[in-house]
Each structure stands twice: as C-alpha cells, then as structure tokens.
Ligand binder design. Structure first.
Ligand code: ZN
Ligand code: ZN
Length: 360
C-alpha cells in the first residue's frame, strides 16, 4: 500500500478546503492513510506533518505498521489528548478540521479547550472518505480475495442446507469455515433467513429451522486482510412453485439490468434506477424496499450509496454492491447481491457464483 501517496492526496485536499490541519479520528480513515490497524489512535495532518498518536498498548504495533507518518506515544494519555497537546503548541495553525461524522461532542470539547488562541475547529467535509471511494490496485486485489473466499464459503454451506437445520447452524458452519480461512472477522452479523423469515431484508440467523419448502437467503461478508466482501444468494428447498420462480427470475433480471448499467461516467442513481425499473415492469416495484447497493472496502458500508437520486459518477476503481430484492411480507423474500469493481469499460464481478435458481 502506498501510504505516502495517500497522505499526499489528503494534504492536497486540505489545501483545497483551506484547512491548516485535519484531525483524523475515524479508525478506518487512519488505517487507510497510515496503515495502523489497532483500535486507538489519532492522526494529525498539516501542510508539512503527518503525526500518528496512540497509547502505550500499541507501541510495538505502531512501529511495525506506521511507516509513512511520525509516531508519538504519550504514556498514560489517550491518543486524542496527546494530539490535542501537540496542536496546542502549534501557534501557526488557524483552521483545524475535525470529522463531524465521527467525533463525539465530548471529544470536540477536549480538542477545543487546549487550542492556541487564534485557532478554531472547523467541521470538515468527509475528505478521506472521498479519497477512499476509488480503490487502488492493492485494495482491489484484497477485496477480490475476500470476495472469492466468500464465494467459496457459500458453495460449502449450501451443501448442508436441508429441512430442519437451524439458521444459526448454517451461519455457524459458514463462519467456522471463514475462521479456518484466516479471516479477521465477519464483516457484519451473518444473515441466514429461511422460509417466511426471508421476507425480512435483514433477517439475522435465528434458531428457526429450515422449513420443508421455501427460500433460504444467505447474506454475509468476511473481512480478510482488512478488506470486506459482501454477497447474497437465495436458494430454494424443494421445487419452487410458479409464483416463487417468477419472483426469483424478476430479481435476477433486475440485478442483471443494474450490473449492465455499471460503467465509468454513469451516475450511481442510474444503476439504482435500472434495477427499480426492471422490478416495476414485473409489477414487483413496491416490494423492493431498500436501495440497490453501497460502496465497500475497509468498511462494509462506504461511499457511494447506490440509491435513487444519487448523482456521484462511477469511476474506474470504485467498488460497489448490486443487491436488489423483493420481500413479500409474511411469505418470502428474494435478494441477489454481487460486489463489483468498476473498470474502464464496465465492471468486473468480484463474486462470481451462479445466480440460477438452486433447488435443494
Ligand atoms: Zn450483503
Ligand atoms: Zn450489501
């Protein structure tokens, strides 16, 4: 990972926003900029300096991971308190950017108390999130590896689906295999939703058994070497009746229509619109109750949102999910989700796994 280049891009963004400094406190932003993967730290950027602050627990880890920024460790002080102390001594800094999305009011007050007299805190736009939106080659490789592992895990777990097996057992089997494959952790609580529970868009695995007939939805992600995967497949136990097959095929076509819309220059809202239009044509539009997708990377939900009205243009290197779904309350639901990376001409599906209706 080229942290020096990232820090340089962040500094350019500071200058554009007329900020003398930026206090980065959101851990994924810190990891992106300087490589630190621990759970406590603060990074201060100025026109000349990149200084990473952490506490005594992370002395060794910081020296292993943070090579492009200066490391400051103040024993017995939190990272933010140490950063504050340092900022308090920099008389030349006037406009100090903070991240309003991630800093608590208490933390803001700590910072405000010790600033030099002429300095003021400014709520900065999400500058680092903007940089993170377009992935570099190393990041795409890591996300691809995480997604390919996800496909592999799905293929294994689908073999143990049968009536009577509890959702939690299926989630457990999947997560056990993920651990064996050295994931850092799951990217979010694994969704396994069988029968009528598949109508819950976020049906976390429960103790409910797989019924003798119906859909089973799997939506899960791993974090491998810091980067997330995300995919959803919905399979059917016993032969699907005509209506269920029709709903499945409608979702599959909507997902395909959205995938085909992905290419540089197209607004993300257009991708959402393609999925929505396809489901409307199948008279299922009103059962598609969420947005079409989201960016992912170090976090499972990142910019851009692939949703109605969003005008962010797609650029090569953006990684997004395409996940339309249809949910018939009390009956069943179907969702199909792929993670893709935008290429020069379209996209590469990072979760290559059949989307034909699988009957178990
Ligand atoms: Zn998902
Ligand atoms: Zn997703």
């Amino acid at each position: 990972m080229d942290y020096k280049a990232r820090l340089q891009r962040a500094r350019t963004a500071l200058v554009e926003k007329r900020l003398d400094a930026l206090v980065v406190t959101h851990l994924p932003n810190i990891r992106y900029l300087c490589g630190f993967s621990g759970s406590a730290g603060a990074l201060v950027l100025t026109g000349r300096n990149s200084i990473f602050f952490t506490d005594g627990r992370y002395t060794e880890q910081a020296h292993q991971e943070v090579l492009a920024a200066t490391i400051r460790i103040r024993k017995g002080k939190s990272a933010l308190a140490a950063a504050t102390e340092w900022l308090g001594r920099q008389a030349s800094l006037r406009r100090i950017g903070i991240d309003g999305l991630h800093l608590t009011i208490a933390e803001r007050n700590v910072l405000a108390k010790s600033l030099p007299r002429d300095a003021k805190l400014v709520e900065a736009p999400p500058l680092i999130e903007q940089l993170r939106m377009v992935k570099d080659i190393d990041e795409v490789a890591k996300i691809r590896a995480a997604c390919h592992l996800g496909v592999d895990l799905f293929k294994r777990v689908v073999k143990v689906v049968r009536p009577g097996v509890r959702e939690s057992e299926l989630a457990g089997a999947l997560e056990f295999e993920a651990r064996r494959a050295n994931v850092d952790q799951m990217a979010f609580p694994t969704i396994v939703a069988a029968g009528p529970r598949s109508a819950l868009p976020h049906g976390r695995a429960s103790g409910a058994p797989v019924p003798p007939r119906g859909f089973v939805m799997f939506d899960f992600g791993v974090i491998l070497a810091g980067y997330c995967s995300d995919m959803t497949r919905t399979v059917h136990v016993s032969r699907a009746q005509a209506e269920a097959t029709r709903v499945y095929e409608a979702v599959r076509e909507a997902q395909q229509a959205a995938l085909e819309r992905v290419k540089p220059g197209v607004a993300v809202g257009e991708v959402d619109r393609a999925a929505r239009k396809a489901l409307k044509n199948s008279s299922l539009g009103k059962f598609f109750t969420h947005s079409t997708g989201h960016g992912l990377g170090l976090e499972i939900h990142e910019a851009p949102r692939v949703a109605a009205g969003q005008d962010e243009p797609l650029r090569p290197g953006m990684v997004i999910t395409i996940e339309p779904g249809v949910y018939l309350p009390g009956r069943y639901g179907v969702r199909i989700e792929d993670t893709v990376v935008v290429t020069e001409t379209g996209c590469e599906v990072l979760t290559p796994c059949s989307k034909q209706l699988v009957t178990i």
